[in-house]
Design a protein around this ligand. Structure first.
Ligand code: DOR
Ligand code: ZN
Length: 353
């Protein structure tokens, strides 16, 4: 255990963490954002919702090479690839994933749930034979847990997904390893806590730090709009309690999701918060406010690796208690991204080696 807290200099040193839920896109944006992630994290689960989506091992390997080529020199960051589940996913592809050293899981997007999810699964029950194949081959299923039907209030969609789908999936496939991604409600926390050890969950920094007022109070703030949407304060409290509990089912997944600033600051802004520029700082702030900095290392550096059956990292990273102001934007002209907390202060700072 590397956790070291030095109260005199106010530094925090933990085993190097991993990000178990990350969007990096392609092209110019990829170069900007991967440098941020690779600075803090040893590995990250790379989400496959590109256009077109990453549906085959072959495509995932091409995408992996693009990510490796975009890394800063000397980086030994490892992208852990995933495939996008569609109504057409074949059992042979599951076997290929099981045999791959580079592809680690499938991601289930209910069709229409979020950014680039149009090719997702429209009929979840029709995918049961595929879930059975994943269970047999011990391939994890990563789930965006929201129903998509317009009749459901956007704030109720996660709970409805648990009631309508997830409870039954875990009953039918008890040995299937499931990551319930980016939890946003107390209902989801309770579901994960009472499920078997095959069910884990990621929690983002924005859902630990903000409730839905951040999007709507005092004006519409598109940079706080992500899916699943921020919820009421009591849900945020439940997430914070879960993340800081030491329960190994809960682990770090930023869901850092870059979009060009003008596409978020629009009459129909897209969903996603960009947090890779200060991921650990944001989590440290949330854990510190809960008086639980001693629980950050398990959440950030151990629980996810253990769940995926991967070795824990051996290096360390250090944060210092030092105020800094987050830039208004990152990236190159015509490819600018507005980060979470743009123009505001953060009180922890990652120390560059
Ligand atoms: O807010 C989100 N943005 N939620 C998702 O599920 C996808 C992500 C993205 O890719 O932009
Ligand atoms: Zn995501």
């Amino acid at each position: 255990m590397a956790l070291k807290m030095d109260n005199i200099t106010d530094t925090l040193t933990i085993t190097q963490p991993d990000d178990w839920h990350l969007h990096v896109r392609t092209g110019t944006i990829l170069k900007t954002v991967i440098a941020h992630t690779a600075q803090q994290f040893a590995r990250a689960i790379i989400m496959p919702n590109l256009k077109p989506p990453v549906t085959t091992v072959e495509h995932a390997l091409v995408y992996r090479n693009e990510i490796l080529a975009a890394l800063p020199e000397d980086s030994d960051f490892q992208p852990l690839m995933t495939l996008y589940l569609t109504g057409n996913t074949r059992a042979e592809e599951i076997k290929k994933v099981a045999e791959s050293q580079q592809v680690f899981a499938f991601k289930l997007y209910p069709a229409g749930a979020t950014t680039n999810s149009d090719d997702g699964v429209a009929n979840i029950e029709a995918a049961y034979p595929i879930f059975a194949a994943m269970e047999n081959h011990n391939v994890p299923l990563l789930i965006h847990g929201e129903v998509t039907h317009a009749d459901y209030d956007i704030f109720d969609r996660e709970k409805a997904f648990i009631d309508n789908h997830l409870t039954e999936i875990t009953r039918q496939f008890p040995a299937l390893r499931i990551v319930f991604e980016h939890l946003t409600t107390q209902d989801a926390v309770q579901f994960v806590e009472s499920a078997s050890d095959n069910v884990g969950a990621t929690i983002t920094p924005q859902h630990l730090l903000y409730n839905r007022n951040a999007i709507l109070a005092g004006g519409i703030r598109p940079h706080f709009y992500c899916l699943p949407i921020l919820k009421r304060e009591h849900h945020r409290q439940a997430l914070l309690t879960a993340a800081t509990s030491g329960n190994p089912k809960f682990f770090l997944g930023t869901d850092s999701a870059p979009h060009l600033s003008h596409l978020k600051e629009s009459a129909c802004g897209c969903a996603g918060c960009y947090s890779a520029h200060a991921a650990l700082e944001l989590y440290a702030e949330a854990f510190e406010k809960a008086d639980a900095l001693d629980k950050l290392e398990g959440f950030a550096s151990f629980h996810g690796a253990d769940f995926y059956g991967l070795p824990r990292n051996t290096g360390t990273v250090t944060l210092e208690k030092r105020a800094w102001t987050v830039p208004m934007q990152y990236g190159e002209t015509d490819n600018l991204i507005t980060p979470l907390r743009a123009g505001e202060q953060l009180h922890w700072q990652f120390v560059n080696h």
